[in-house]
Design a protein around this ligand. Structure first.
Ligand SMILES: Cc1cc2nc3c(=O)[nH]c(=O)nc-3n(C[C@H](O)[C@H](O)[C@H](O)COP(=O)(O)OP(=O)(O)OC[C@H]3O[C@@H](n4cnc5c(N)ncnc54)[C@H](O)[C@@H]3O)c2cc1C
Length: 420
């Protein structure tokens, strides 16, 4: 452990690869999200169904939406994206795209009902980082720096660090090579993603890695095949030496599921402040749950909690800019502005100074923002200030269906999108 009580492996391991060009973040604004949606919309039907698996970074990944950083922070919502797509295509024609958006809701719901899986991942990651010997440490550094000698893997690592994005198919290949060819701990790979992905998300990321490893659908893993990589990178890579025959990782069966959470109803007649978090930056539905508008607003950012190590500057900057964008867009309707902070105590002090009796916020799913809200709730209780977490109708409708595999979940898609 170092002087700050952090495992030794964190020291000296930079969060930016030396091979990456200076990072440039895409605008973290709703305007950009809407522009991306408008550009992608004509491609959401047959083009997406037939070409979405092609990994074409030089062309700007033209066959996928690249909406994930915006959906992840809800600068644009699943409902909005699906309503726009289904306004243009039938459900049958846009089935593939609609399903992919619903994968996000499925993973979210699955983890909400089994939060112990996130806690176990965090515990195991700490053990991996703490217990890493010099050899593992070197191999982790080489993998993150894109210096393994596996050209496709090294290029994807560099793309991730430089842009904060990796195509879905590349994420699957990358995770598979990380686990089965390089034989690195999957938890460290998931952490590398969470520190660098602009869309880094506790549910989609942890469960995506578990799925590749064979831990999510037990006994069923994903092995990257050289011919598949060559085909879908359109000949850019023809990797040699990949392990194409390996046993899935073994782990405990998922824990018993608990019921899906439900949201709170804010109390009427209290002096209320709105709290934004990076989990949901479209707060209209929270305001609709209030009888009178909030008198003040502030934001609690938990991006540093995505990893025990430093998240990339790109990720931290994108998150902060996204929150600032939301506050700017809503400022007229959410009362006087307060702090944008990662300190629970600063929010509590602000709520006290404003004479607030209640804070309302969007329900934060399992992850660092939810943990920060829990700490805040305990702190606010000392000053008799209530914290009310309002749940979005989409989440309340979708999450309880994540009881088994996606196959069962997707049977509910027609009823989920019917109300849009
Ligand atoms: C190992 C691994 C880790 C991943 N980590 C994350 C993560 O941290 N955050 C994240 O948002 N996605 C994650 N994904 C899912 C997926 O790769 C990305 O959502 C997708 O690549 C984002 O690009 P896009 O917006 O162009 O997607 P599109 O193909 O245009 O899809 C539209 C939207 O649907 C959702 N979506 C698409 N595919 C998936 C999927 N398989 N699972 C969940 N949601 C999906 C995303 O919100 C995406 O923006 C991971 C996948 C794997 C295999």
């Amino acid at each position: 452990m170092d002087v700050e009580g952090r495992p030794a492996i964190w020291r000296g391991m930079t969060d930016q690869s030396p091979i990456s060009p200076p990072p440039a973040s895409p605008p973290a604004t709703r305007t950009e999200a809407l522009a991306r949606l408008a550009r992608f919309l004509p491609h959401a039907g047959r083009d997406y169904a037939s070409r979405r698996n092609h990994d074409l970074p030089a062309a700007g990944h033209p066959h996928v939406s690249r909406l994930s950083p915006y959906l992840r922070h809800r600068l644009i919502t699943e409902e909005e994206v699906l309503a726009a797509v289904l306004g243009r295509f039938s459900l049958g024609s846009a089935e593939k795209f609609v399903q992919e958006v619903c994968w996000r809701s499925y993973w979210k719901g699955w983890l909400e009902m089994r939060p112990a899986v996130w806690a176990a991942y965090r515990r195991e990651l700490a053990e991996v980082l703490d217990g890493a010997d010099a050899d593992l440490r070197d191999r982790l550094e080489a993998a993150e720096a894109g210096k393994t000698g596996i050209d496709c893997f090294d290029a994807w690592a560099a793309e991730l660090v430089a842009t904060g994005y990796m195509h879905n198919h590349a994420r699957m290949w990358f995770a598979s090579i990380w686990i089965f060819t390089l034989r690195l701990p999957w938890q460290a790979g998931a952490d590398f993603f969470l520190r660098h992905l602009l869309d880094g998300d506790p549910a989609s990321n942890t469960l995506g890695w578990r799925w590749v490893a064979g831990l999510q659908t037990q006994g069923k893993h994903y092995l990257a095949r050289p011919d598949n990589i060559a085909r879908y990178t359109e000949g850019r890579f023809a990797p040699k030496g990949l392990v194409t025959d390996a046993e899935p990782l073994k782990g405990p069966a998922p824990p018993q599921r608990r019921p899906a959470p439900v949201g709170d109803r804010p109390q009427a007649g209290l002096r209320t402040g709105l709290l934004l978090t990076e989990e949901d930056l479209s707060p209209a539905f929270v305001l609709e749950a209030l009888e009178t508008p909030p008198v003040a607003h502030a934001a609690l950012i938990s991006v540093a909690g995505r990893s025990p190590r430093a998240v990339s500057g790109l990720v931290a900057g994108f998150t902060r800019d996204a929150v600032t964008d939301a506050m700017g867009r809503w400022s007229g309707r959410i009362g006087s502005p307060g702090p944008v902070t990662d300190e629970v105590e600063t929010i509590a002090a602000w709520a006290e100074a404003e004479g607030l009796e209640q804070l309302v916020t969007a329900f934060a799913p399992v992850g660092p923002a939810a943990a920060a809200l829990e700490a805040l709730e305990a702190r606010l209780a000392r000053s008799d200030i209530a914290l009310s977490r309002v749940m979005r109708d989409w989440d309340a409708a979708a999450w309880p269906h994540a009881t088994h595999g996606f196959f069962r979940f997707k049977e509910h898609i027609p009823e989920l999108v019917a109300g849009l």
